[in-house]
Structures are given as structure tokens and as C-alpha cells.
Write a protein that binds this ligand. Structure first.
Ligand SMILES: [Cu+2]
Length: 182
């Protein structure tokens, strides 16, 4: 009884698949087609994720995508009719790096990026403007509270390099909002 082919399996004698873990009687083509189907499913998923299959990614520009190239959905809108204050962003600083104005005065900041993409963020008043290289964007910060409001560029490393800007808001005379020029 030293016969190695003890199993009555004359059809498939390759030895592959007759290990202890595989059910006997599972032909090799079942496994091969399983692998093929798996590969096709994987390919399909990859195509869906990369968007080759069409428009399946409506949430490409969600919040939190700040300062990425071409994303201006988080930008503060300009105030209609307000005067513009020009501010140039060029590494490693804003010019000017200090803007003084009375509280409540409507004003727009026209931010120009001279060299590369920069932005201007003032967290406490929820102000954000991003300017691509050699572009100018305009937005109106709401500065109702007297005091100093610190702004900065949120591009990685820029704030540390010195890209900070101060809004110095002075109390308006008599506590009134100055009248808008008619
Ligand atoms: Cu910057």
C-alpha cells in the first residue's frame, strides 16, 4: 500500500489544490476565474475612484481645501462700493504689513500675489482671500471691533517666515460708524 495516488482523482493530477486546506473536487478553473473576476472588480473600483468613468465626484471642493491652487470658494466676498486697499504679498512679507482704519469702515482688501500663491487669513473675523501667482483678489473684511486683528498667510512655512499683517482698528469718533460717502 505505498501508492502515492491514494485519492480516486484521475482527472486532475497536477497536485495543485489537493492540500489539506482546499476542498477536494474544486477544479483549477474555478480558482482562476475567481482571480479574474476579482481583478475586474478591482479595476472597476479604481476607475470609479479616479473619475475616469465620468462625473462621480461632486465633493471635490469641500471646506478645508484652503490655499490649494485655484480654490477660491472660501474667499471673503468684496463689499459693494467700498474703497480698495492694495496689499502685495511677496515672500517673505505683506506690503504694507499694517493697515489702520476706523471701526466699521467698509473697505476692500485687494490682495496681489507677486511671486507665488499666497493667501491672507484673519481667523477672528473669519476672513480669507487666496491669490494665485500674479493675480489680484478682492474681499471685504468686517472690522467692527476696535483693536488689533492679526492676519497671516496660511501657505505652509510662510507665516513662520514673516508673512503677517496687522489690522489696526481704531474706535470711530463719538462711537458712531462713520457715514459712507455718497
Ligand atoms: Cu504666502
Amino acid at each position: 500500500m505505498a501508492d502515492p495516488t491514494a485519492y480516486p482523482d484521475p482527472g486532475d493530477d497536477t497536485g495543485v489544490g489537493s492540500g489539506p486546506g482546499s476542498p477536494p473536487g474544486m477544479p483549477r478553473w474555478v480558482k482562476v476565474s475567481g482571480i479574474v473576476v476579482g481583478a475586474l472588480v478591482l479595476l472597476f473600483v479604481v476607475l470609479q475612484l479616479t473619475g475616469v468613468g465620468g462625473e462621480h465626484g461632486p465633493a471635490m471642493h469641500g471646506p478645508g481645501a484652503r490655499a490649494s491652487e485655484g480654490d477660491h470658494e472660501g474667499d471673503t466676498r468684496p463689499i459693494d462700493g467700498a474703497p480698495e486697499l492694495a496689499c502685495t504679498a511677496e515672500e517673505p512679507a505683506f506690503d504694507p504689513d499694517r493697515i489702520e482704519l476706523p471701526a466699521g469702515m467698509p473697505v476692500n482688501v485687494a490682495l496681489s500675489a507677486a511671486d507665488i500663491l499666497h493667501d491672507l487669513v484673519v481667523d477672528e473675523i473669519d476672513f480669507h482671500l487666496a491669490a494665485d501667482r500674479e493675480k489680484t483678489v478682492t474681499g471685504g473684511p468686517v472690522l467692527d471691533e476696535p483693536g488689533t486683528h492679526g492676519g497671516y498667510c496660511s501657505v505652509e512655512g510662510h507665516r513662520e517666515a514673516g508673512m503677517e499683517l496687522e489690522f489696526l482698528v481704531t474706535a470711530s469718533e463719538g462711537g458712531h460708524t462713520p457715514p459712507v460717502d455718497h
